[in-house]
Design a protein around this ligand. Sequence first.
Ligand code: ZN
Length: 428
Amino acid sequence: MGPGFTVRASSVEAPSASESRGLRSAQQQVARIAEDRRVHVAFGWFHSHARELEDLQLEVTSIPAPPWGEAARSEWLAQRFAAAGLTDVHRDELNNVLAIRAGTDPGAPFIALSAHIDTVFPPGTPTHVRRDGGKLYGPGISDNSSGIVALLAMANAMEAAGLANTAPILFIGDVGEEGEGDLRGMRYVYKQPRWSATIASLLVLDGAGSDTIIAEGLGSRRYEISVRGQGGHSWSDFGVANPIVALARIIDRFTRTPVPVSPKTTYNIGIISGGTSVNSIPESATMRVDTRSASVDELDRLERALHEAVDHVIPETTGRKKQELLTAEVRVIGNRPAADLPTESQLLKTIRAVDAQLGNTARIQRASTDANIPLSLGREAIAIGAGGSGGGAHTIHEWYDPSGRDLGLKRILLLTMALAGVAEDRES
Ligand SMILES: [Zn+2]
């Protein structure tokens, strides 16, 4: 996720009587967990291992993980998962890494914790990392090395503290979250019956921060539209239908489509290309279009408008002869579903209770993250930050400031334990 994905902060509506009762019981549960001696030990672990976590973060950032090139980082994470005492460490065919912290009730559904391991940076991007004035620098250092480090901090702190969970916890380092990866890693996990049927809740750890709860998935659809013709010489073939002209007319027609302010709906023509030289009638022209909305209906409406623009423009942008007709193709190159976590969900109550316990203030936000996949299937999921702060996401100047990372890690731990349940000592 990048900062550009967050488009709206919504205030939470006043809770109903039964919702406040649910919140109160969640608060009592979280308060009990926060008093557990082993939870204190885990909190202490976060503090005493701050430097090691920074070193891990620099190390993982130095391993390139471009889209469709996550293998090396996937292997690194698998080794770290095993070293943290997790079991069933497994890399699937996409290079997602999965591992389990067994629960005392092996039949209980999983609580899953995930962090995407891919970056937006193409192969060959220098992965120089450095520490300077207390901050860490490197491409992807925050988005999402901070999330990966939070996964490892959870596994290691739980193990060091002997913190026993009732429900099993599934740790996921997934590929293909960014850009045209189109959430392919998490999509794949939820296509496996073994996981889709057994994950009760998913907590996505994405980027820095402790002040947001992404409980509303921002949907997006992306298209590539190509127009083709026979092309020719600008002088001798004058009159042959021109794909660039047709594309310009399609853009003009499509961008007249009205979009609502609420639910916020947007479109963008991001890339346009085509043609060979100034004195050639082009043989093809292509553009890439991004559409986003909180509403699937609005995405459908924009899709119809795009097809309508193409269907209207192509037949009327003809050359002088019939055989000079243009052809057009509309291809979907990205499709992220939109869906919201119901406000009465247990997951939302629990994170609210955790924030109250920690004296933390967080806002509900809408964004496009791995949580979109389970949310679109009607399952519980949220995305939260891994603590600390960061900036310059999706640039090579990205930075991460670990000050306050503790708060983010405590928040994740309390939430995980509240959802999974704390059991008596494993050894007893
Ligand atoms: Zn991210």
